[in-house]
Every structure is written in structure tokens, then in C-alpha cells.
Design a protein around this ligand. Structure first.
Ligand SMILES: *[C@@H]1O[C@H](CO)[C@@H](O)[C@H](O)[C@H]1NC(C)=O
Ligand SMILES: *[C@@H]1O[C@H](CO)[C@@H](O)[C@H](O)[C@H]1NC(C)=O
Ligand SMILES: *[C@@H]1O[C@H](CO)[C@@H](O)[C@H](O)[C@H]1NC(C)=O
Ligand SMILES: *[C@@H]1O[C@H](CO)[C@@H](O)[C@H](O)[C@H]1NC(C)=O
Ligand SMILES: *[C@@H]1O[C@H](CO)[C@@H](O)[C@H](O)[C@H]1NC(C)=O
Ligand SMILES: *[C@@H]1O[C@H](CO)[C@@H](O)[C@H](O)[C@H]1NC(C)=O
Ligand SMILES: *[C@@H]1O[C@H](CO)[C@@H](O)[C@H](O)[C@H]1NC(C)=O
Length: 512
């Protein structure tokens, strides 16, 4: 793939500059030192120091920077996360799905967003407001940036409203539901998190109508492509559809596939951790073993199937916290948890790498000569490790309600990942042909309110699992990244259905 401007000069992007300007500001530096020391105090011995710190400038704006000075703070490659550490808790979150066979077997474990994805210590309320409706507190998300290129109302501005109708399926009514996300059967005591509906400000997001979905998708194939969060969403959709029809498992080694006979609808999943070409073969000065990502080449293992799909839902982001080497124009330009020559600066970091990868995959999708489908890029799924990162005491245990606006804590890492993703999306679709369509499903902000929607410590049926903090105050190992099923993740599929509805209805009407 030939490509776009950002790749020509990745150094121009962001960090060193932001760092310099913050460091230049005495206030910012003081704040940085305070926050850094707080972190050190709260996670003293043996714990890792996050590579990302959040400072607040005088206007209250959240700033994030990556320090490059190893004597000051650990750089990503020095930090034991995602596999470097031998702690059992970290092992829990490594997903080995990249090598998994796709024939319906589930050997992928939950994994977590890692270093840097901790909650920021700062709060930014500028774009939100609190509503009280009928005595029920709800949240309003006032998105300033409406980037849904479609007719109809903005689906991503609205509020979570309590709805006692209950979930779309029972957790024991769905054979494909991963045990790790089956929160109720794993003993999660509360249920209310299943009863919140997303209400866009200008319209309604209808409860998922499985028959309607299958009818709209008659003879068509919908593919979820990406990481474990894609699996989470696929299983949610299958569970919803299972309530009206039991599909046939037609999976093979390359992909999971479920076939709904009544309407000849196929639901597919393809694993691709980063959505770009990946190899563990040696490259340049990077040895065998460590994953190498070719940020300007889409993952060929998924691209070969693209023409057979009608709707594709893409999911990526969290793997950019994992160890890997970044390659652009056949040159090693950076790495995450990997950078042997400390005297040399990396040209790009993992956040920039993520943005470029999104641009690459979107560009490949919209310029594919034989693909006529709808590509939905589901934006970065926010995690909720409060008070630490996934491996440094972060926790979502005991969260039973969506956050109120007054409680929302902006997560600087999530925000910057989201920003890079949106930019990558927009750049990637610049040369869109009218063969296919690309839509950004911008759920990041909406779901940042749902700290109650994760399994937390309820990840298995093990009756002896730890679900409470220990005497030392350490929270139990937990998953605050994936989503309980049933749970908030089902809303993603309601949004997908709404997108499909709008898309197919506008096609029937013809171009306006
Ligand atoms: C988009 O099209 C323009 C003009 O045809 C071309 O110069 C540019 O390289 C293309 N960009 C991508 C990403 O394909
Ligand atoms: C980090 O990993 C290195 C080598 O893998 C090990 O020697 C060191 O003790 C680890 N540090 C922590 C804090 O786990
Ligand atoms: C890093 O910080 C230390 C101490 O603050 C300083 O002596 C050193 O010159 C810095 N190194 C770089 C590369 O900025
Ligand atoms: C890591 O854990 C495994 C299994 O518990 C153990 O066999 C291995 O020796 C450990 N490695 C290190 C470096 O501690
Ligand atoms: C949303 O934000 C915009 C600009 O920040 C503001 O003008 C508008 O009144 C806000 N709307 C609501 C409903 O809060
Ligand atoms: C597109 O389809 C044509 C005709 O079947 C085929 O020759 C070509 O290789 C396909 N291109 C891609 C990129 O799949
Ligand atoms: C799609 O593009 C082709 C050529 O690029 C053009 O002839 C056709 O009118 C376009 N169709 C629509 C619906 O815009």
C-alpha cells in the first residue's frame, strides 16, 4: 500500500514536543513530580511504574506525555508488563489468540490493556453535563465532534437511562458465551449493570430486534475482525441471535463462522491483533521471536477474505501496549517494550503506531477493488482500572452503576488512543471509492461511563477465586477491559444494527 502523509514524517507527531512544552512549564513539572511520587507511594516495591503520566496545566486541560529520559522514569521497554513479568496476575491477561485456531475453540484468554492505560489522575468535565430524569440519574455525553458520516441522529451523543426491561438474553441461554465474560455464572452478585439502555439525545436506539437483523442481513455475511474485544462483540451478537435461531457452526481453521439458515446469514470472526502485517521472523536488528508489525501493510490473512464480506466490524488498539517492533517503509522506527539501543530515539511510539495502523487498514478496506461492503470501525474500547494499571493494583471491583458526569475521570491514554484512531480513520478513507462504505462507530466516550460493565474479579467459576481486596489492600486479579455478557457490550450490536438499517435503507432510496 502506498500511503499517506503521516507516514512520511512520523516524528512530527506529538510527543517530544508536548513533553518539552510541559517540562517548560513550571506548573506542569511540579504537577508531574507530585503525581509521579504519588504513584510511587501507592505502588512501592516491585510494582512497575507506568510509562505514562498525566499532568494538568493551569487551564485544567489533561496533558499526557511519554518521557524519554530513562534516568527519570522507566520507558516502556524497561517495564515489566504484558509478559515480561512473571507474576501470575499478569499471565492471566495475556491472550494467545493470535495463534489460535478459529474452528470455534476458545483458547484465547482475556487480556488487559496494559501499561499506560491507567486512569488519569485528572478530571475533565468540559464536555459533559448531568441530567436528572424522573428521579433516575443519567449521564449525558455531549460530544463536540460528530463524525458519523450518515443520515439520522448522532448515535454517540446521549445518555445512559435505567431500563428495567432487562437484558436481551440470559447468561445461561447462550452456548458460545465465553466463561470469562459470563459474569452472572461466575458469581457476580449484582445485576443492575444489565439494565441500562443507551439513549441518543435526538432519537431512540431500539432494543435489538433479532428477526429484523437477520432479515436485513439475508444472504449476507458480517465479520468481526480484530482482537479479543472483537470476540466479545461477536459473542454478544451470537447470543442475541441465538434467542430466535440456533446457528450452525461452520468454522474452520482460519475463521469462526456461524450460519443462520433461515436467512442464509453468516457471522464470522477473524483474529488479527493489530490489523496490520505481522511476523516474528528476524528483521534488521530485531531478532526472531519478538513480533514485528509492518504498519503500512494491512494484515494479508484478513484481506484475502474481505471481498466475501458485506459488513465488517474492526476492533483494535489494546495490543499496542504489548511488546512489538514497529516497521514503516521497511525501516525499524520504534518498538513497545522493545528498543535495544537506548542511545537512539524511537521515531514513533505505540500510540502513533496505532494511528498509522488504523490508517493502513482503513485505506486498504476502502480501496479494495473487489469489496463492496460496509466497514465499521468500532472505536477504542475504554477500560476501567481505577487506582492503577491492570497489573499495578487497578480495580473495577464493586462498581455497580454507570458513572455520573461528576464522577467521570478522563483516561489520558484512552483519550489519546481514541484521538489517533479517529485521525487514522479520517486519513485512511480519504481516497474512498464509492464501491464500499466506511463508518466510524464512536463508542469510546459513551462507554467510558460504564465502569460497571466489566467482569472485574468474576472471571471464572472457580469457587475459591479471590473477589475482595486482600489484607494489604491489594485488589484481586481482575478484568476491567472486556465486557460482561449480557451487559453493555450488547449495545454495540444495537448500534451496528442501526448502522446497517440506515445503510441499507439509504441504498434502497438511492443516492440523494
Ligand atoms: C489518494 O489519491 C491521491 C490522488 O489520486 C494520491 O496522490 C494519493 O497518493 C492517494 N493516497 C492514498 C493513501 O492512496
Ligand atoms: C522485570 O523483569 C526482569 C527480567 O525479566 C526481572 O529481572 C525484574 O526483577 C522484573 N522486575 C519487576 C519489578 O518485576
Ligand atoms: C535525564 O535526566 C537526568 C537527570 O535529571 C539528566 O542528568 C540527563 O542529562 C537526562 N538525560 C537526557 C537524555 O535528557
Ligand atoms: C516464571 O514462572 C514459571 C511458572 O510459574 C516458572 O517455571 C519460571 O521459572 C518463572 N520464571 C522466572 C524468570 O521467574
Ligand atoms: C454541548 O456542547 C456545546 C459546546 O461545548 C454547547 O454549546 C452545548 O450547549 C452543549 N449541549 C448540551 C446539551 O450540553
Ligand atoms: C479482484 O477480482 C479480480 C477478478 O476476480 C481478481 O483478478 C483480482 O485478483 C482481485 N483483486 C483482489 C485484490 O482481490
Ligand atoms: C461511482 O463512481 C463511478 C466512477 O468513479 C461513477 O461513474 C458513479 O456515478 C459513482 N456512483 C455514485 C452512486 O456516486
Amino acid at each position: 500500500m502506498n500511503s499517506a502523509s503521516s507516514r512520511e514524517n512520523p516524528q512530527k507527531m506529538a510527543y517530544p514536543k508536548t513533553l518539552a512544552s510541559i517540562m517548560a512549564s513550571a506548573g506542569g513539572l511540579a504537577m508531574f513530580l507530585i503525581i509521579a511520587s504519588l504513584l510511587l507511594i501507592s505502588h512501592p516495591i516491585g510494582s512497575t511504574v507506568s510509562s505514562y503520566f498525566y499532568g494538568v496545566d493551569r487551564t485544567g486541560k489533561v496533558d499526557l506525555f511519554v518521557t524519554r529520559n530513562r534516568t527519570t522514569v522507566s520507558e516502556p521497554s524497561q517495564i515489566n508488563v504484558s509478559g515480561n513479568s512473571n507474576e501470575s496476575s499478569s499471565e492471566l491477561f495475556l491472550e494467545r489468540g493470535a495463534k489460535q485456531s478459529m474452528d470455534g475453540s476458545k483458547n484465547d484468554e482475556p487480556r488487559q490493556s496494559m501499561d499506560g492505560s491507567k486512569n488519569a489522575e485528572t478530571v475533565d468535565r468540559k464536555s459533559t453535563a448531568l441530567d436528572v430524569l424522573d428521579g433516575t440519574k443519567v449521564q449525558r455525553n455531549n460530544r463536540t465532534e460528530a463524525n458519523l458520516a450518515n443520515s439520522g441522529c448522532d448515535l454517540y451523543q446521549g445518555q445512559w437511562v435505567y431500563d428495567s426491561t432487562g437484558p436481551l438474553y440470559a447468561s445461561d441461554s447462550c452456548p458460545v458465551l465465553s466463561q470469562m465474560q459470563n459474569c452472572q455464572s461466575n458469581g457476580r452478585p449484582d445485576k443492575e449493570y444489565q439494565n441500562w439502555r443507551w439513549k441518543p439525545a435526538q432519537c431512540d436506539l431500539p432494543r435489538f430486534d433479532a428477526k429484523r437483523f437477520l432479515e436485513l442481513m439475508r444472504g449476507k455475511t458480517l465479520a468481526f475482525i480484530g482482537d479479543s474485544v472483537a470476540r466479545n462483540q461477536m459473542e454478544s451478537l451470537l447470543c442475541i441471535l441465538w434467542q430466535v435461531e440456533e446457528p450452525k457452526n461452520r468454522g474452520n481453521k482460519k475463521m469462526q463462522r456461524y450460519y443462520f439458515r433461515s436467512t442464509s446469514t453468516m457471522i464470522v470472526r477473524i483474529w488479527s491483533s493489530w490489523l496490520v502485517h505481522q511476523t516474528s521472523e528476524p528483521f534488521g536488528f530485531a531478532p526472531a521471536g519478538v513480533d514485528k508489525l509492518f504498519l503500512d501493510s494491512p494484515d494479508e490473512r484478513l484481506m484475502e477474505h474481505i471481498p466475501t464480506f458485506d459488513v465488517v466490524v474492526l476492533s483494535s488498539g489494546h495490543w499496542f501496549a504489548k511488546q512489538s517492533v514497529y516497521i514503516l517503509n521497511n525501516e525499524i522506527v520504534g518498538g513497545q517494550l522493545w528498543w535495544p539501543d537506548k542511545t537512539k530515539e524511537m521515531k514513533i511510539n505505540n500510540i502513533e503506531a496505532f494511528g498509522i495502523s488504523v490508517e493502513t487498514i482503513m485505506n486498504a478496506m476502502v480501496q479494495h477493488p473487489n469489496y463492496t461492503g460496509v466497514t465499521i470501525l468500532r472505536s477504542y474500547s475504554p477500560d476501567h482500572y481505577e487506582g492503577g494499571a491492570w497489573n499495578t493494583g487497578g480495580s473495577c471491583t464493586g462498581k455497580e452503576k454507570p458513572l455520573l458526569d461528576s464522577e467521570l475521570v478522563e483516561n489520558g491514554f484512552t483519550n489519546i488512543m481514541h484521538e489517533k484512531q479517529v485521525t487514522g480513520f479520517n486519513k485512511g478513507i480519504k481516497n474512498q471509492t464509492n464501491k464500499s462504505k466506511a463508518i466510524l462507530m464512536d463508542i469510546t466516550k459513551v462507554f467510558s461511563y460504564r465502569h460497571d460493565g466489566h467482569p472485574g474479579p468474576y472471571r471464572s467459576t472457580d469457587p475459591n477465586k479471590v473477589v475482595k481486596r486482600g489484607p494489604d489492600g491489594r485488589p484481586p486479579p481482575q478484568d476491567c477491559l472486556h465486557w460482561c455478557m449480557p451487559g453493555p457490550v450488547d449495545v454495540w450490536n444495537e448500534i451496528v444494527l442501526e448502522i446497517i438499517k440506515r445503510e441499507y435503507e439509504s441504498r434502497l432510496k438511492g443516492p440523494s
